[in-house]
Design a protein around this ligand. Structure first.
Ligand code: GLN
Length: 304
C-alpha cells in the first residue's frame, strides 16, 4: 500500500479536476457565500500521525457534524435513559423531514436528523449550567484546541430562516418531548450547528471515537461501549437517506454537515475529515463522499 500522504495527494488532484462540484447550501443564507472550489482532506491515524492536503486547515461551518458532539455530551450525562427521548433507527428520510415525528409520537428516529438533534439540544439545555459555554468547552476539550468557536452570524442567519426546525420543535413540544422553551432550545441548537472547525481540528476532536473513548491527550470522554453505540449510529444514520449509499461506497461510520464537511473513521486505525462545500441532492458533500470512496478503495481499509 502507498502511504496515506501519497494517496491523499492523488485523490486531491483527481477531485480538483472535477467541474460538477454539487450545490452549496443556501437555505441558510450565510452559508451561500462559501467558495465552492474549496477542498481539503485531513487524516489522523491512531499513532497520531497527520496527513493533509488542500484547504485542510481552513475553518468552515460544521453544521450537523456537531450533532455527534452534542449526543456524546448528552449520553455521558444521562447514560442509557437518553434513548427514551430519541430512538436509534435510520429514518430513510431527508434530515429535515417531519412526517415520522407525527407517526411516532414526537420520539425522533435518531439523534442525527434535525428533530433528534433538537431533542438532544433540549437535554443539554436542561443539564448544562451554561449551555452555550459548557458545550463549546466540551468540544474544545475533545479537540484539545481553545481556538474553536461558534460563528454567531451563521447562527443568526439560520434562526431567521429556520422555519422547518421551528415546526419540528413545536411538534415535539406538543408531544411532551421538549422540556424547555422552543426558542431557547433552538437558539442553542443553531449556535451548536454554527461551530467552525477545520478538517484538522475535526480529526483531533474525533480521535476519541477511534481510540476507545480517549482523546489525543489520553483523557476519557466516553467508555468503550458508549463509543460502540455512537459509532453505530454514525454508520446507520450519519448520512440520513444516503446512509446506505455511504456504507456501500465508503464503508465507514461517519457524519456529514450541510457546510460540506464529512468526518469518517475506522476504529483503532484512523479518522479522516473532508471539506467540499457543494452538496448532492441528499444534502451530503458530493466530492467529499467521492474522495472518501477513493480513500477506502485505494487503501482497502474499511470496517468491512
Ligand atoms: N443546522 C442545519 C439544519 O438544522 C443542519 C443540517 C445539516 O447539516 N444537515 O438544517
Amino acid at each position: 500500500m502507498k502511504n496515506f500522504q501519497e494517496i491523499l495527494h492523488t485523490i486531491t488532484t483527481d477531485i480538483k479536476a472535477i467541474s460538477n462540484r454539487g450545490t452549496v447550501a443556501s437555505y441558510i443564507p450565510e452559508l451561500a457565500h462559501v467558495d465552492p472550489t474549496k477542498f481539503g482532506i485531513h487524516l489522523l491515524d491512531i499513532s497520531q500521525n497527520n496527513y493533509s492536503t488542500g484547504n485542510a486547515n481552513e475553518a468552515f461551518s460544521i453544521q450537523s457534524i456537531s450533532k455527534v458532539f452534542s449526543v456524546s455530551q448528552a449520553f455521558s450525562i444521562l447514560g442509557d435513559t437518553l434513548w427514551e427521548r430519541v430512538d436509534v433507527e435510520p429514518s430513510g428520510d431527508p434530515f429535515n423531514h417531519l412526517s415520522l415525528l407525527e407517526q411516532e409520537n414526537g420520539i425522533p428516529r435518531n439523534p442525527f436528523i434535525n428533530a433528534g438533534a433538537i431533542v438532544i439540544a433540549d437535554v443539554l439545555y436542561t443539564h448544562l449550567k451554561n449551555p452555550k459555554e459548557d458545550f463549546l468547552a466540551y468540544v474544545r476539550n475533545m479537540a484539545n484546541d481553545n481556538t474553536i468557536n461558534y460563528d454567531e452570524k451563521i447562527a443568526l442567519s439560520e434562526k431567521n430562516t429556520g422555519y422547518r426546525n421551528y415546526a419540528a420543535a413545536n411538534l415535539i413540544k406538543s408531544y411532551g418531548n421538549l422540556k424547555n422553551d422552543v426558542n431557547d432550545v433552538l437558539d442553542f441548537y443553531f449556535l451548536q450547528c454554527s461551530l467552525k472547525m477545520s478538517c484538522k481540528q475535526l480529526t483531533n476532536a474525533f480521535f476519541l471515537f477511534i481510540n476507545r473513548g480517549k482523546c489525543t491527550q489520553g483523557k476519557t470522554f466516553l467508555n468503550v461501549n458508549q463509543i460502540k453505540r455512537i459509532n453505530a449510529i454514525m454508520l446507520t444514520c450519519g448520512f440520513y437517506n444516503e446512509a446506505g449509499e455511504f456504507a456501500f461506497e465508503v464503508g465507514l461510520p461517519g457524519k456529514s454537515g450541510v457546510g460540506g464537511g464529512i468526518i469518517a473513521l475506522l476504529p483503532n486505525k484512523f479518522c479522516v475529515a473532508t471539506w467540499s462545500p457543494g452538496l448532492n441532492e441528499r444534502g451530503n458533500s458530493k466530492l467529499g463522499m467521492l474522495a472518501l470512496e477513493k480513500l477506502t478503495t485505494a487503501t482497502g481499509l474499511s470496517i468491512f
